[in-house]
Design a protein around this ligand. Structure first.
Ligand code: PMV
Length: 324
């Protein structure tokens, strides 16, 4: 029995679009901040007649269970095992509301399951494995700021840490309901129908290069400007699909505007949003509580949470790897 924990990450340079659906190879590199809140904690126990998956205290539905079973098949292939597994997960974030529970979920599962099956994978191999569950999970294996190399095959598409200044975020929950179109489906639609998809890829590569320079220089202003602009580009290319998809709600846009207004009043912060209406506002740690208080004035204190940068996937209990 092995228990592992992982946290969601919020991309500053977004992943949107796959060049290979089966291997989950992205069309472009991306970069994210792993958070220190909303963890997924997962326990894997081998044995039983078939795989089972319990999420937040109840048996998970067919679709989620199928995804977990297919993921366990990959781990079994690596380990040369045919044993079934019992997976029990707890998510502290609202599932599928754009708070990246699939990232923390598959990162925790990759670590717990690989250890339960007797594998001792290094961070690169773990991040490649997590990638097969959900693209963004690739980055949740890594602490703090992580870059996911797009790569050209399974071996070259993985995440690693990037040196960057200390960053914080204020998460604004606009709507905790399940999103209408999954990111998987919406990415496919974007690649197939958006006339701007090629430009999205080249602009992401360009922004990523600029972001790495800004991180190395410790230039928070540049990091923030790139973050906000890239998020708007992603939502722009998503809005250009046929039929169009829009994840942001009026209140999401209101938060973007409020943050821009706070900048003019000397509180430096920048907004981003994933495939959902919730907004994550990037800020320097010293300003996080002040920003949270300002945003709570707009949406209510219960919907605002200041978070810091967090640890990559780690074990809470289980067998020590061979040699330790
Ligand atoms: O990992 P997925 O398939 O849920 O994709 C997530 C994509 C975004 O969250 C919108 C962007 C990102 O880079 O995390």
């Amino acid at each position: 029995m092995v228990t592992a924990r992982a946290y969601p990450n919020i991309a500053l340079i977004k992943y949107w679009g796959k060049r290979d659906d089966e291997l989950i190879l992205p069309v472009a590199p991306s970069l994210s901040l792993t958070l220190d809140a909303y963890p997924t904690t997962t326990t894997v126990t081998l044995g039983g007649e078939r795989d089972s998956f319990q999420l937040n205290g109840a048996a998970a539905g067919e679709v989620a269970t199928g995804r977990v079973e297919r993921f366990l098949d990959l781990v079994r292939d690596l380990a040369g095992s045919s044993e079934h597994a019992n997976v029990i997960s707890h998510n502290e974030a609202p599932t599928a509301a754009g708070l990246a529970s699939s990232a923390s979920g598959f990162a925790a599962l990759a670590l717990a399951a690989s250890r339960a099956y007797g594998l001792d994978l290094d961070p690169r191999a773990l991040s490649r494995l997590a990638r097969r569950g959900s693209g963004s999970a690739t980055r949740s294996i890594i602490s703090d700021v992580a870059m996911w190399h797009a790569g050209t095959d399974d071996a070259t598409s993985y995440a690693e840490g990037v040196d960057a200044p200390e960053l914080a975020m204020v998460i604004v929950t606009v709507d905790a309901a399940q999103k209408a179109v999954s990111s998987r489906e919406a990415m496919r639609l974007t690649a197939r129908t958006s006339p701007f998809f090629d430009a999205w890829i080249t602009s992401t590569e360009d922004y990523l290069a600029q972001m790495l320079t800004a991180c190395a220089a410790g230039d928070f202003t540049k990091i923030g400007e790139l973050t906000e602009a890239h998020a708007l580009r992603m939502h722009g290319v998503i809005a250009s699909t046929e039929p169009p998809i829009r994840y942001l709600l009026p209140q999401s846009v209101e938060i973007f505007d409020a943050v821009a207004d706070l900048r003019t009043r000397g509180l430096e912060a920048y907004s981003t949003a994933d495939a959902g209406p919730n907004v994550a506002v990037l800020v320097q740690p010293a300003d996080a509580e002040r920003l949270a208080a300002e945003l709570a004035e707009i949406v209510g204190a219960g919907k605002v949470r200041a978070v810091g940068s967090g640890q990559g996937a780690h074990l809470l209990s289980g067998p020590a790897p061979a040699g330790e």
